[in-house]
Design a protein around this ligand. Structure first.
Ligand SMILES: Cc1cc2nc3c(=O)[nH]c(=O)nc-3n(C[C@H](O)[C@H](O)[C@H](O)COP(=O)(O)O)c2cc1C
Ligand code: SF4
Length: 484
């Protein structure tokens, strides 16, 4: 992972521990409505992919255990990991693109309800993503993947060269010379692995995204309601399709790219179609980027504009993340796929304890406050969720008091200790296991291995615990018994 060159080390701390009475009277533990759905407290577990689904995208016992463990901490809301809306193979990521996924999802909803004693609302994050391939072996790339054209022949100085000869000559060339001959997208496919973009208008399936996606998202949302979820979070953040439409790098020329009013058009059409399909009791919100954190990407001004547009269009909440783009991702090893959290923008999404003068905690606060203000100035009271480095009571309470957000999202801190909100609420904040922001968990995510927290394994094992296949790691956080 990229790290700021300053290499300043930070340590998260549990901060001041409030009494149960102080916690009960706090903003953090007061209710808030996301549209028709009431959260009993302003604590929010953002989407985290734990790599526990089957290869076909079904819920497994490990998925159930994972969310049951979070639900025991009784946060205001949990957002189920990014879940694919299409009925296409996508590896061990949860899917919701067909009714056959419903039984597993229903069980998950029931489990969360039971484990949280009905105190936690459950949403599901709906995602669409484009094709990304692994970085190829150069020889294979030249032999099989590269589409040979007359442009290559011309560059090689012989318009009559047979295809096999073009492939052989390119394969034998130095990287430096190959770079001069390949088009930029071919060079990228060789160096990083082929990656589709929303601006690849030469492909019908990309051209047609505005016709196809509203229906796919809407059907998935309807299915989510049928499964018993309280709402959906449309994934408009990070490196995926909808975020790419919002991005300032979106150069589509069909009215869905270029100026920001065009870039927000499809995200608004998706939101409208989803709303039309689900009932009035179901929350529909979305997650997008306060800042893409890439050169030439959308910044806080764009995000404020989008936030106002989503609020006016009736979003029930807006959740703000940052960064996490392919554009500045590190070159993957041969045989591996690029991972959008390896560059500077990836750092901004999940900042690590080794940081710069600003530090890893609170990088999303100022942008979120600016976006929330723009939304309020436009006359909307839509609740805003801010996430990024939040790990103790004072920090959360301060964000709420200063108007940074209305709901506090904490991903890694909740992974480190799923009971942390509950411990604070019960006056047991001294027992919170504080995240060290080492990003060990994120390293596992990158390798598509079951995500766990390194702090869990520092505690003695208990009987009956599930462990990873190699037996070395706990699959869920150690159990905590609240005092009688
Ligand atoms: C293992 C892991 C998986 C994640 N998966 C998702 C995801 O599916 N969707 C998403 O929007 N963000 C995802 N994120 C990002 C988090 O939701 C969150 O924005 C980020 O970790 C920063 O918040 P934090 O500092 O509280 O951890 C993931 C983060 C981690 C650590
Ligand atoms: S592994 Fe645990 S301590 Fe380290 S960043 Fe992830 S959640 Fe925090």
């Amino acid at each position: 992972m990229w790290r700021p060159p300053q290499r300043i080390r930070y340590e998260a701390s549990a901060g001041r521990i409030p009494s149960a009475a102080e916690a009960a009277a706090s903003r953090l533990f007061s209710p808030v409505d996301i549209g028709p759905v009431r959260l009993l407290q302003r604590t929010w577990v953002p989407a985290m992919v734990p790599w526990r689904a089957t290869e076909e995208g079904y819920v497994t016992e490990d998925v159930i255990d994972w969310y049951e463990r979070f639900a025991r901490g009784m946060p205001g809301a949990i957002v189920l990991e990014a879940t694919g809306i299409r009925d296409v193979p996508s590896g061990p990521l949860l899917r919701i693109g067909h009714d056959r996924f419903l039984p597993g999802l229903r069980r998950l909803v029931e489990t969360v309800r039971r484990a949280s004693e009905g105190r936690t609302r459950l949403l599901v994050q709906l995602i669409d993503f484009l094709v990304i391939r692994r970085r190829p072996e150069p020889q294979k790339f030249f032999e099989r993947f590269l589409a040979v054209t007359d442009r290559h022949r011309a560059a090689l100085g012989d318009p009559g060269l047979p295809e096999a000869e073009v492939r052989a000559r390119l394969s034998a060339m130095s990287e430096q010379n190959v770079e001069k001959i390949l088009a930029p997208d071919e060079w990228e496919a060789l160096q990083f692995g082929y990656r589709e973009r929303v601006s690849d208008m030469q492909h019908a399936h990309i051209r047609n995204l505005p016709q196809v996606l509203p229906g796919l998202f809407a059907e998935a949302a309807l299915r989510a309601e049928e499964a018993g979820f309280d709402g959906v979070e449309l994934h408009y953040a990070h490196a995926y399709t909808m975020a790419s439409f919002l991005s300032r790098t979106n150069t589509r020329t069909d009215g869905y790219g270029g100026p920001r009013e065009n870039r927000v058009r499809l995200p608004l059409e998706v939101l409208a179609e989803v709303r039309k399909h689900v009932s009035n009791n179901f929350a529909v919100g979305l997650r997008f980027l306060a800042d893409e954190c890439i050169d030439g990407g959308s910044g806080v001004d764009d995000a404020s504009y989008f936030g106002v547009a989503f609020a006016r269009a009736g979003a029930d909440f807006i959740s703000l993340s940052r960064g996490g783009k392919f554009d500045d991702a590190k070159q993957p090893a041969i045989g591996a796929a690029a991972y959008p959290y390896t560059g500077r923008s990836g750092y901004e999404c999940m900042p690590q304890f080794i940081s710069d003068e600003t530090g890893p905690f609170g990088r999303n606060a100022k942008p979120s406050a600016a976006i929330r203000k723009a939304v309020r100035d436009a006359g909307s009271q839509v609740p805003v969720v801010c996430t990024g480095g939040i790990h103790n009571f004072d920090m959360a309470e301060d964000y709420l008091a200063r108007g940074v957000c209305d709901i506090v999202g904490a991903a890694r801190q909740t992974l480190a200790d799923p009971d942390w909100f509950r411990k604070i609420r019960l006056g047991q904040g001294g027992d919170v296991r504080v995240c060290e922001y080492t990003n060990y968990c994120e390293g596992l995510d990158q390798k598509h291995k079951p995500v766990t927290c390194q702090l869990w394994d520092k505690l003695p094992s208990a009987a009956g615990e599930r462990r990873t296949a190699d037996g070395r790691r706990r699959m869920t956080a150690p159990v905590w018994q609240p005092p009688e």
